[in-house]
Design a protein around this ligand. Sequence first.
Ligand code: AMP
Ligand code: MG
Length: 330
Amino acid sequence: MQTKIVSIEQGLDEAVELIKSGDIVVFPTETVYGLGANAFDGDAVRKIFEAKGRPMDNPLIAHIADISWIDRLAIDVSDEAKAVIKAFMPGPITVILKRSKAVPDEVTAGLDTVGIRFPIHTVARQFIMACGVPIAAPSANTSTKISPTRAEHVFEDMQGRVPLILQGGACEVGIESTIVDMTAEVPTILRPGAITQELLANVLGKVKNFDGKIIVAKAPGMKYKHYAPSCEMVVATSPKSAVDEYVRQKANGLNPVVLATSRYLKDLGKGDINVIDLGANDEDAMRNIYGAMHEAQDKYDYIICQDFGNEGLGASIMNRINKASGGKRI
Ligand code: AMP
Ligand code: MG
């Protein structure tokens, strides 16, 4: 077999033809070069393992050209997984999701999960999009050799084993994608990469790193906490629980404050309690809530907020309060 290196302009039609006829093609991505085949064609995927000399029990990554393709490969995609996808795709990250039945065992090595990646490299995207199917691929090196970051690396290592290499220049990221398992109870980084554990923690709040250590977001989480005050904030489910929490946190050495409407504050009873009055009704509270959060974080160090329920204006206020408190209720 002759191996040729061609530009996407010259080689796209032939590359697509090869994929459609069940053959393999090498393509560039921002991480490393990949050795690809139609992810829905088990026989084609076997050729990857043959060309690499790779054991079949090592799963491949399915590469997509549009976010909507995830539904062709995976089921039960959690909100957390969606947040990661939204934040980092396309880009140098692979998410592990529950596989759909359409994905053959050759891709997943028989696991009930599938690794999915949406590369940002324009040649990769053009190639995959033109194929119209997800492309299963590992790195385009023979087993145990160094991952290739230039077309020439692939040629040196794999000439005679693959028909076509799409030229894409030097890979910008240069190491394999970060792999994060979104099916684990705590999302778990299986392989570190350009998308760091800190970046993932910012989106997920909590992520296990590749050593099994739990990493917690330093900055407020992007998903749940948007308008978060700099100190902790909780929602009290009743005036009584507000007072109980106040007493508890005071005993912890904190200086808490209760944010609530005038009438609610009256229900707390007399006593030496820090309060910020949000006004007479929901309309007042909506207007005052952000200002109250600002004041609270400046003067106090623990915020206990009234529950405004889940109807009407109350629901709108709670939408912001839930983000600020991360949904924590007491
Ligand atoms: P490579 O980038 O050449 O190492 O090939 C893809 C890598 O993705 C494999 O070595 C696995 O570590 C990883 N991978 C792919 N699918 C899964 C999966 N379902 N579960 C765990 N790891 C996976
Ligand atoms: Mg590899």
